[in-house]
Design a protein around this ligand. Structure first.
Ligand SMILES: NC(=O)c1ccc[n+]([C@@H]2O[C@H](COP(=O)([O-])OP(=O)(O)OC[C@H]3O[C@@H](n4cnc5c(N)ncnc54)[C@H](O)[C@@H]3O)[C@@H](O)[C@H]2O)c1
Length: 267
């Protein structure tokens, strides 16, 4: 897919991977709509896009709120007329055992990580299909959407759902000429470990018990490296963007365990 002169929308564009995606799209000559809860972060991203000679529109958006994402879509289509690449990227993380997760933890993490993606599809897909131009959806999941880790249960649940959704979406959108990629990184140097900063007051935990952070395996990549892989995947229309070579062994072990489960039953 040719990116120059096209339009991208990026949620979570005020920081980390979303910011790097917005800048990479800008460098390709795309116009970019930035969406985030964090207006300061978004203004910085917009400044950086402008500094590269690009065009960016910043729209304060809460992806967990359907009306807010609908308003983002209205603004983006009003400003640019078309949307070709939609990156449902905003996300938050918590850690701690599922047995200790609060209802607020589930609501917050699923609200942003899963409903944020669903809201993006609801708001943008009908118009992306109707415009009959090449297009691509990028959903940010995680290696935590493919491999379960103790202490990441709530996050794992949200990201496995995003992987499943994306795998089906790729099949569903093929007849319309729209591609789908699901981004599954391991560690990336961003502010994800400080996700609590964006937890809404209504979903704060009343207890102060704090879980130990989960030690992640593998290297930490720079967000710019991850963004470059996403652009390659859009161009090549690749479904899985698995950024870390270190992911290969845990993935193999997971599928071997499934294979054994079938073979042992037949023995
Ligand atoms: N950094 C990693 O190691 C890593 C690994 C795998 C997956 N991911 C995923 O990458 C995505 C981007 O995260 P990041 O690592 O850049 O973290 P980050 O914290 O640097 O950026 C996330 C952005 O999302 C925004 N956000 C949070 N809640 C929002 C909401 N309700 N509505 C709109 N925006 C909201 C934040 O304000 C922030 O700007 C997330 O989906 C995350 O789960 C990150």
């Amino acid at each position: 897919m040719e990116l120059n002169q096209r339009v991208a929308v990026v949620t979570g564009a005020g920081s980390g991977i979303g910011r790097a995606l917005a800048l990479a799209f800008g460098r390709e000559g795309m116009r970019v709509a930035l969406a985030d809860l964090d207006e300061t972060g978004m203004a910085e991203t917009a400044g950086l896009v402008h500094g590269q000679g690009g065009e960016a529109l910043a729209v304060r958006t809460d992806v967990a709120d359907r009306a807010s994402v609908q308003a983002l879509a209205d603004r983006a289509f009003a400003a640019f007329g078309r949307v070709h690449v939609l990156c449902n990227n905003a996300g938050v993380a918590t850690s701690g055992g599922i047995e200790a997760a609060t209802h607020q933890d589930w609501q917050w993490v699923l609200g942003v990580n899963l409903w944020g993606v669903i809201h993006g599809l609801e708001a943008f897909l009908p118009r992306m299909i109707a415009q009959e131009e090449p297009g691509h959806i990028v959903n940010t999941a995680s290696m935590a959407g493919l491999i379960a880790s103790q202490g990441l249960g709530v996050y794992n649940t949200s990201k496995y759902a995003v992987v499943g959704l994306s795998e089906t979406l790729a099949k569903d959108l093929r007849p319309y000429g729209l591609g789908v990629s699901v981004l599954c990184p391991m560690g990336v140097s961003t502010r994800i470990r400080d996700s609590e900063r964006s937890r809404p007051p209504g979903l704060r935990n009343t207890t102060t018990a704090k879980a130990d952070p989960v030690e992640l395996i593998g290297r930490s990549l720079a967000p710019e490296e991850v963004a470059a892989m996403v652009l390659d995947a859009i161009r090549a229309d690749r479904l899985y963007v698995i950024t870390h070579d270190e992911g290969l062994e845990p993935l193999r072990r997971r599928f071997q365990r499934m294979e054994h489960a079938i073979l042992e039953r037949k023995r």
